[in-house]
Structures are given as C-alpha cells and as structure tokens.
Design a protein around this ligand. Structure first.
Ligand SMILES: Nc1ncnc2c1ncn2[C@@H]1O[C@H](COP(=O)(O)OP(=O)(O)OP(=O)(O)O)[C@@H](O)[C@H]1O
Ligand SMILES: [Mg+2]
Length: 432
C-alpha cells in the first residue's frame, strides 16, 4: 500500500486538512499556528498534500516572510506514518517556496510533538535554547478598515498607567468596568452582568476624556469617538447619521465608544416649540438599548453639565454607572506634579509646596502651570541671567520658584461655585 503521491493543494482538500488537524489534536498535539491561519496559508501561500486515491493522508503548508520561510503545518495521518511521507511533503513545499530565494526555513513545534523525523530527515536542526513568546492582538486585521472609516483607533497601551493619581476613580473604574469586561467569562460565572454604558461627569479638565481613553487602552479595545458636531453636517441629519454610525459600530468586535459633551445632544426635552435637538435625543434614547444588547463594547458619555441631561437619559437600565470625576486630592496632585516636572530636576523641587498651592486646580490647570513654568524658566535661562542656559541654582531646568510663579498666574478653571454644584450633583445624580 505505497501508492501515495504528493501534489499541490486544491480548495477541495480543505476537508482533508481539517481531518489532519483533528487527528493531530486527538494525539494530544496543540499546533502552534491556529487552524484559521493554516487554512489561510493553504489558500494564499504554499501548500502540498499527500493523497492516496481521493484521500488526503498528509499535508505541509509553508509561508515565506522576507527571506525566511516558515512551515506552519505538517501532518500525516497516524496509519500512514513511517513511510517517508513527511519528508517528501517537506521537500515538496520547500520546492514550491524556492522562488522566494529563502535563506532559512524554520518551524515551530509544540513540545508535545515527538514525531520530528521528517524534519530531521530534511536536514532541520533542533534549536534547544529558544523560547516561544506570543501575544494576541485583540483587533482583527480585517476590522482596521471599518475602524478607520469610523475614525476609530487603537490607543497606546500605557494610557491607564499614565493617569497620575486619581486612585479612587481608577480603582472604581478598574473594579466596575474593566474587571467584568476583561474577565467576561469569570464575571458570568458570578452572575455579574457586564456594564455596557456609563456616564462620566465632573467639572472641566478633571480627566473625563483621559479616563475614557485610558479605559480603552486598558481593555485593549479600539477607541471610537462619536462627534455629534461632525455628524450634524451629514445630509441625513444628525439623528440619521447617529443611527448609521452606531450600526457601523455594531460591526466591530470590540469598541469603547465615546461621546463627549453629551449634554449637547441629550439635554432636557422641554420647551415649546420643542428644540430641534429633541429628535436627536430621542434617537439616542433608542440607540442605547440596542447598543446594550451587543457584548464586547462599552459606551462612555462625558459631560460637565450633568444637570442639563434629560432625566430619561440617565435612568437605570440605560447607564450602568454615573461616575463623578472630580478635582484631584492631595495625593493625586502630588502624583501629577511628579509626572509633569522634568525627571532631571524633580528631586530638587519642593513638591509639597506646589501641592498645597494647587488646591482647587484641575489636572488641566496643573498641566498648564507646569508647562508655563518650564517655558518661563527656559526663557529666563536663555535671555536673562547672562544667557548661560542655566537656572539660578546652576542646573538646567525649572526651580521651585518658577512653579510657584506659574501657579500664581494660573486662573483655575473650576470656580468654588461650580465645585459646590458638582458635589451636589454627586449626591443627587451620581450612581456608582
Ligand atoms: N490623572 C491625570 N494625570 C495626568 N494628566 C491628566 C490627568 N487627568 C487629566 N490630565 C490632563 O489634563 C488635561 C485635561 O484632561 P481631560 O481632557 O481628560 O479633561 P476633561 O475632564 O475631559 O475636560 P473637559 O470637561 O474640558 O472635556 C489633559 O491634557 C490631560 O492629559
Ligand atoms: Mg473632555
């Protein structure tokens, strides 16, 4: 029974490949390349099969990457082993890849794979001092197109760590949002229904947008910001464009969808004649329940005027949490100053004093003061003081006084009245 032969792969061999794959798994081998990748390579790269009659009894699949080739799949049915089929398959796939001018051919095998004679037979050498690392990139390549059309993007991975201070808010978001979304299966076992929509509210510049992006980064989900002002220009009108945008978002596997200044499209539906935005508010009220039915996504709305929102909008069942993001406390301000002062001078600046002097400052105010301190210190060092480029202490970089001056010149964005309103809003409307 040795009348097997090797030939090129045809689409009709897919079932045979599947069968080979299953027989590998049945033998306890967990292949390195996913089945979908192997099948894609069968169609697009280089694949050969060994057949006996109509039956596929073995296959080798290879892929060229620059001048290195990779064997992504090699298998022979158990009952056909020991006949040199594997070696012949390797040789055939190598020939198919030869036109690429490869100078190395590599293969990764799971440790459980003991049948390596075919590789040894073709002159492959086992490299003993290697380890295999893998990280799954959550967004499918094919989604990038759809994501691009929506203006969505994958954010840097470190945004969550880069949110300075705000420990209370971070912990709350980590527990209520990130945990059940990132550990969806575990949450399910505990009967936790993952959140689908949240509102972040608070005075200007406290970090609502920063947090929305940080959540996306933490979850490794794409970030899609919906801009009502841009949609308003759509010939279908704002309500129609909003509906369409959410239909497109439904096509994505994962997304953090962000609507900033949501009060602009979800304000109180009062007044006679009704405001032209009423239709838009109604549309949004319809969109949210549909959005909530799809797993793997989170809607984050932000506002610094939560009292203006339509009461129906904030109702239970639409938004899981209504989370206040307030002014930074002492610890948060200290963390921010540590972040904003250049590392080369941070140990020589009296941070405790800056923290004390910036009570009532928002993160945006602190960032602004830190930047203007740097700017004025640079100017002073270059244009004043004989233009030495050095500060008064003989070093390069801002000194405590530069920061104190900049703080004194910074007008805080959040007035005491606005802050008082915010504290009331937490009591009346907050829901964590
Ligand atoms: N915790 C933080 N650590 C470091 N920087 C921060 C932090 N929070 C906010 N910032 C910075 O402060 C600025 C304002 O933050 P952000 O835009 O997120 O505020 P916001 O609440 O969305 O403001 P608005 O209500 O005006 O939209 C940004 O430049 C941001 O980088
Ligand atoms: Mg914002």
């Amino acid at each position: 029974m040795s009348n097997w032969r090797i030939r090129d792969f045809h689409s009709s061999d897919l079932d045979g490949i599947l069968h080979l794959w299953e027989s590998l798994k049945a033998d306890g081998v967990e292949p390195v390349y996913a089945l979908s990748e192997v099948l894609a390579s069968c169609e697009k790269d280089h694949a050969v099969v060994a057949v006996q009659g109509d039956q596929v009894v073995g296959a080798a699949v290879g892929r060229a990457a620059h001048d290195q080739g990779w064997i992504v799949f090699l298998a022979t049915l158990t009952e056909f082993r020991g006949r040199g089929i594997g070696t012949s398959l390797l040789s055939a796939v190598e020939n198919r890849m030869a036109p690429h001018g490869l100078n190395k051919l590599s293969a990764l095998m799971p440790e459980t794979e003991t049948r390596v004679e075919a590789f040894l037979g073709r002159g492959f050498v086992v490299k003993k001092n290697l380890r295999y690392f893998e990280r799954t990139i959550p967004v499918q390549r094919q989604e990038l197109g759809a994501l691009g059309l929506l203006g969505g993007r994958i954010l840097a991975r470190d945004l969550w760590e880069n949110v300075a201070g705000m420990r209370r808010e971070k912990e709350l978001l980590e527990r209520r949002l990130v945990l059940p979304l990132a550990e969806a299966d575990l949450a399910d076992e505990y009967g936790v229904v993952p959140p689908r929509a949240v509102v972040l509210f608070g005075p200007p510049g406290t970090g609502k947008t920063t947090f929305a992006k940080a959540i996306a980064s933490r979850l490794e989900w794409p970030f899609v910001e919906v801009f009502p002002s841009r949609l308003a220009a759509d010939p279908k009108g704002l309500a129609g464009a909003l509906r369409e945008t959410f239909l497109e978002i439904a096509e994505l596997e994962h997304a953090v969808v962000f609507i900033d200044e949501v009060e602009e499209i979800a304000s109180q539906r009062a007044g006679d004649p009704p405001s032209p935005l009423q239709g838009v508010t109604n549309e949004l009220l319809k969109i949210i329940p549909a959005f909530r039915e799809q797993p793997g996504r989170l809607l984050v709305c932000a506002t610094n005027f939560i009292r203006a929102l339509d009461t129906a909008f904030l109702r239970h069942g639409r938004f899981d949490y209504v989370i206040p993001i307030g002014l930074p406390d002492v610890h948060a301000r200290e963390a921010m100053w540590q972040r904003f002062i250049p590392a080369t001078v941070v140990d020589s600046v009296d941070i405790a004093q800056l923290v004390e002097r910036t009570e009532g400052f928002s993160p945006a105010d602190i960032e602004f003061a830190a930047r203007s301190a740097s700017q004025r210190a640079l100017e002073k060092a270059v244009y004043d003081d004989g233009g030495s480029g050095l500060a008064s202490n003989g070093r390069k970089g801002p000194v405590t006084q530069d920061y104190l001056d900049a703080i004194a010149d910074t007008r805080t964005t959040v007035s005491p009245e606005v802050h008082q309103d915010f504290l009331e809003d937490i009591d009346v409307l907050g829901r964590v």
